[in-house]
Design a protein around this ligand. Sequence first.
Ligand code: IPM
Ligand code: MN
Length: 355
Amino acid sequence: MSKEYTIAVVPGDGIGEEIIREGIKILDVAAERYGFKTKYTHYPHGADHYLATGELFPDEVLRECADHDTILLGAIGDPRIEVGLLERAIIGGIRWKLDLYINLRPIKLYAEHLCPLKDTKPEDLDILVVRENTESIYVGLGGNFKQGTADEVAIAEMIMTRKGIERAVRYAYHAAMKRDRKKLTLVDKANAIRPQAIWTRTFEEVGREFPEVEQDHAYIDAACMWLVKNPEAFDVIVVDNIFGDILTDLGAMLQGGLGIAASGNIHPGGVSMFEPIHGSAPKYRGKNVANPLATIAAVQMMLAHLGETEASATIEGSIAELLASKQIPDLSARSGLETDEIGDMVVEKMGQKVG
Ligand code: IPM
Ligand code: MN
């Protein structure tokens, strides 16, 4: 009997519906080709649902999602809704309440012409960012006192726990062990934020279990500089939540844009969630112009995580070929290609691959 994966799907807002449609198209083709089955449960949560029902993302729904083998998320955010409300409830809810403590973000160049840096080749940009996904400034501890007065005080606490850091760092060392270069760079700001020395100490201590891994360190400001100046200096990066958020948007631009950048929110051994890094681009909603490649790349990461390595490799190879050959000339919503056309091109390319 072939394996069946249950997948909770939350398309979300803006272009979410359209890009998810293409992601599912690719999943269905991969399933047929590689002999597994998929069973989807769709969840309507997002701005429209909130406006119609007043419901954000209840714990029962989250529990239901967690009962699936994996979760696929489109994009969240809508200008009609208070800033951050949907994002923190849905993206944050899934990440934090399900304790998806790793945010895995590959920064990989598929085609030289997409990189804004001079003379950077695909072999120069192949980085895996392991972003801690449950702590730091995101915990929401703090608030505003005397809001709106001249005496207003705002506090946002940056929480770092030994356990939280240790599990992220250990995951990153394991990830480095699986790669050819076996180099791991810790990125932090421990010179200015002295409590961040907890990262330095944990990195060194856990590192003793991994003598084969070359250890490296960069402060976040210098890491941004090096990423542009010498991207080939990096292999795997381990970084705290907020700095990882910023660093991976920079990384996405080096890959050619947010149109290709995907991420996995992972709890090893538990349910995980996969999503494109980009936002909901409300102005492109329903126009069939959004580029679905980042969602397709998220699907590719999902399949790799589920152990469908061949299917994942075929999808990644197809994306790489379509970009390198310029059949998909760029990653913006203005590439001249329609959303479903790009999905169809990936399907066709997958069909040409022997595997
Ligand atoms: C991301 C996003 C989120 C984050 C926002 C929407 C809360 O920017 O996934 O990178 O900051 O993590
Ligand atoms: Mn971000």
